[in-house]
Write a protein that binds this ligand. Structure first.
Ligand SMILES: [Fe+2]
Ligand SMILES: [Fe+2]
Length: 355
């Protein structure tokens, strides 16, 4: 460590010269001597001192203020109080006002050397500490900036991904819906069947106050519910007479066929459940699983009724003249509690006239 650079503030020439002699002559320190507070403050602004030796007097009210000002200029300044005599009053307030230690006249050379060495070391340490702290603070703020920047990038990427996902989903949905419409169109009697089922089912779901999300699931399930008929031959699908046992068996496979087609599309899971169950009967006599009552998803119970009503009120290959609205409603009422959920029938009767 280089020899300390010291600021000595004292209005007593004799003492100043004595101390300077010891510190410069014997220890090779640099010493600047100032006579009053103002000069001391100016010197402190101009130079970096390793240590300040400051003559302190009980009667002088400016001493404490000077210490404060010097600390403002160099927060790590090490100040040693120089006392003309033992002064308990000053000794008591020394730690509070930020003075490191005191030395009393007559000066003990050994103590002076010790204090100068210790004080200068402490100052260097405090200075390094502050540099490190400032550096860390700077790094921290740079990291924080980077963090904010990254968070923004992640947010943007997430938004882009969500948009991509939505695009992909809607492209898939459009393709599948087109396929379902093409299947509806294979039998010219059932053209628009799926669209009509969707209209009726949504009307019931709205009357039941289902959430917008659940209604959307029901709508999509309706649009795709007979997709599995893709696997049924035309001669069965549009047969102008009743199906035989073997043909019925094939016909009843259509919910499972739709499930097989749609299963890989994970975003359609809720929709797939409804399609799988759209021919289940409330009393357990339906297919494919023979589910009963509330074992059948609410949406599927709604679609089943809407599907049956649509089939009755439109022309079919096996029945050219459709049922009238009144006849169809009578059929629905007749099978309330067996084929259909009686609660859904009640709601349907409320909305049927608006359809
Ligand atoms: Fe069906
Ligand atoms: Fe159907």
């Amino acid at each position: 460590m280089a020899a300390p650079n010291i600021l000595l503030v004292s209005d007593n020439d004799e003492i100043s010269n004595y101390i300077r002699e010891i510190l410069v002559g014997e220890q090779g320190c640099s010493v600047s001597v100032e006579f009053d507070a103002m000069a001391a403050t100016e010197a402190m602004k101009e130079q970096n001192f390793d240590l300040v030796i400051l003559k302190m007097e009980t009667e002088n009210p400016h001493t404490e203020e000077l210490v404060k000002n010097l600390k403002k200029i160099d927060p790590e300044a090490i100040i040693i109080g120089l006392l003309e005599r033992e002064d308990p009053e000053i000794a008591a307030k020394i730690p509070r006002i930020g003075v490191y230690d005191t030395i009393t006249i007559p000066i003990n050379e050994e103590r002076l050397s010790f204090l100068v060495k210790k004080g200068a070391e402490l100052h260097a340490l405090a200075f390094t500490h502050r540099k490190l702290y400032d550096g860390l603070k700077e790094q921290n703020s740079a990291l924080q900036k980077q963090n904010t920047f990254l968070a923004k990038r992640i947010e943007e990427s997430t938004k882009n991904l969500t948009r991509l996902y939505e695009d992909l989903r809607s492209t898939y949905m459009r393709t599948i819906k087109t396929l379902a419409q093409a299947i509806d169109a294979r039998d010219h009697y059932t053209h628009s069947h799926s669209q009509n089922v969707a209209k009726y089912a949504v009307a019931i779901a709205e009357e039941l106050n289902l959430s917008a999300k659940d209604i959307e699931i029901i709508r999509e399930a309706c649009e795709l519910h007979d997709l599995g008929k893709i696997g049924i031959q035309d001669n069965i699908l549009v047969k102008p007479a009743a199906l035989n046992e073997e043909e019925w068996k094939l016909m009843k496979e259509h919910p499972q066929t739709a499930v097989k087609i749609l299963q890989p599309l994970t975003f359609l899971h809720a929709v797939i459940d409804l399609i799988q169950q759209h021919h289940e009967h409330f009393d357990g006599t339906g297919y494919p699983s023979g589910l009963k009552g509330e074992e059948i998803t609410l949406g599927a119970r709604i679609i089943h009724l809407a599907d049956a009503y649509e089939a009755m009120t439109s022309a079919r290959s096996y029945r050219k003249t459709p049922l009238t609205k009144e006849q169809a409603v009578a059929e629905i009422k007749k099978f309330s509690g067996t084929q259909f959920d009686p609660q859904i029938v009640k709601v349907f009767l409320k909305v049927v006239n608006k359809l």
